[in-house]
Design a protein around this ligand. Sequence first.
Ligand code: SF4
Ligand code: SF4
Length: 176
Amino acid sequence: MSILHDIQAILGGMWITWKHIFRRPETISYPEEKRVPSPRFRARIVLTRDPDGDERCVACYLCSAACPVDCISMQSAERENGRRYAAWFRINFSRCIFCGLCAEACPTLAIQMTPGYEICNRDIMNLVYEKEDLLIDGCGKDNSYNFYNHAGIGVTQPRGAGAEELPPVDVRGLMP
Ligand code: SF4
Ligand code: SF4
């Protein structure tokens, strides 16, 4: 029984090999010819901006905590109006495994994956990207979302003025 099973496995493997021997090879002359990645392909990471042009990242460290290989680091800072930002933000792409967990964890949509796969470099120090290298001018995948309109209550606008935010309740008015 086990011999039959072994023969079947060998024949199955040989069938796959023979099937591909007669196929036309698909050779792409990279870098002259670029391959178009699939729509959900995840590669180079960027930091995006809010629709008002301000940095989306609030330096909450969630992406850093979610990263399984520990390749994101930053230092948080705060403006006078209470809005947080990353004083510096660093990703070591020589360790990144492009799993996308950082983008999943980000509450502000700041960190996003792009299909840009041409970031190989022989000097791994060139794969350490600082905030200036990561921050882009646009919003990336969602050009309408602004974290502070929803969750930055009392920071960039008075309480009750945010989108989908109800006016504050005067609890003393609820007294019997
Ligand atoms: S894609 Fe994965 S490995 Fe790369 S920085 Fe994000 S969480 Fe870390
Ligand atoms: S990129 Fe997103 S998850 Fe990471 S620190 Fe900034 S706001 Fe937080």
